[in-house]
Design a protein around this ligand. Structure first.
Ligand SMILES: NC(=O)C1=CN([C@@H]2O[C@H](COP(=O)(O)OP(=O)(O)OC[C@H]3O[C@@H](n4cnc5c(N)ncnc54)[C@H](OP(=O)(O)O)[C@@H]3O)[C@@H](O)[C@H]2O)C=CC1
Ligand SMILES: O=C(O)C1=N[C@H](C(=O)O)C[C@H](O)C1
Length: 233
């Protein structure tokens, strides 16, 4: 498979290593310095860039008829626009706030725990995420997905980085040198606490998941998620 890499930073480079090990080739590398590019020799595009350019990168791939997967976070207010664009142009698109198998299993645990908590009023819920200091967005896309899952199953209606109101889940976003990505959900009452936590030890799980998603999506049409790829949940 010939892969176009949209973004060649920490993730783009990790994806390149894994893709080459799986006998794929890299047909195009796009970074800030070469934004005038075309997809003429590519089978699939993988976007791990920056929030301000992700949407134009994704739409450009759809225009070229190339299936595109994106892991870039921090642009989700435009997600519906991208879905509509993909569907109306008969394109192929997959976004995941987190491509690792472990976090996608963790998402299922989070859903189940929030379902179990749906009828209890004793517990308050908090999310903590920790990432490296170069991260541009806060909270992480993964923390937003976790919060949205809890909101779907409980009385909470919003998440906030600030002091929470009773209907808001507090997300604490910490930035510490070299942390690849840690997410913890806590339910706290007077009596006890329940915590679930995922710790990434490197970027390998994210990059492997992205390559597996690209292999899976190559000949498909439509909008997909990692649930479709991993067949879990
Ligand atoms: N969904 C998931 O599983 C994961 C998602 N992420 C997300 O992926 C994104 C990238 O993360 P990471 O690799 O760590 O970030 P980096 O900052 O290391 O890399 C970002 C890259 O984007 C490039 N870039 C800048 N402008 C453009 C442009 N116009 N077109 C294409 N690329 C451009 C930068 O190029 P230059 O170097 O020239 O400035 C840089 O190489 C982030 O949003 C992060 O949150 C990260 C890990 C996992
Ligand atoms: O920027 C990162 O590094 C990561 N970003 C993703 C997010 O925002 O959730 C996924 C992962 O946690 C690493």
């Amino acid at each position: 498979m010939k892969i176009a890499l949209l973004g060649y930073g920490k993730m783009g480079k990790s994806i390149e290593t894994i893709a080459l090990n799986r006998n794929h080739t890299i047909s195009l590398i796009v970074s800030d310095s070469n934004s005038d590019y075309d997809f003429s020799n590519s089978d699939v595009a993988i976007d791990f860039s920056i929030p301000s350019v992700a949407v134009s990168n994704i739409k450009k791939a759809i225009d070229a008829g190339i299936p595109v997967i994106s892991g870039t976070t921090g642009w989700l207010e435009q997600y519906q626009d991208v879905l509509d664009y993909c569907n109306s142009n008969n394109g192929t698109f997959l976004y995941a706030s987190n491509f690792s198998l472990g976090v996608n299993i963790f998402f299922e645990l989070n859903k189940r725990l929030s379902e179990l908590m749906s009828n209890t009023s004793e517990y308050t819920t908090e999310i903590e995420e920790i990432h490296h200091t170069q991260k541009l967005d806060a909270p992480s896309g993964t923390a937003i997905t976790l919060a949205e899952q809890i909101i779907e199953n409980t009385e909470y209606t919003n998440w906030t980085l600030d002091e929470p109101k009773p209907n808001e889940i507090h997300i604490e976003a910490k930035r510490i040198e070299n942390v690849p990505g840690t997410h913890e959900i806590s339910y706290n009452s007077e009596i006890d606490s329940i915590n679930i936590k995922h710790t990434a030890h490197s970027r390998q799980g994210f990059a492997m998941g992205a390559v597996i998603a690209a292999e899976w999506i190559k000949d498909k049409k439509g909008v997909f998620s990692m649930k479709d790829v991993l067949n879990i949940g």
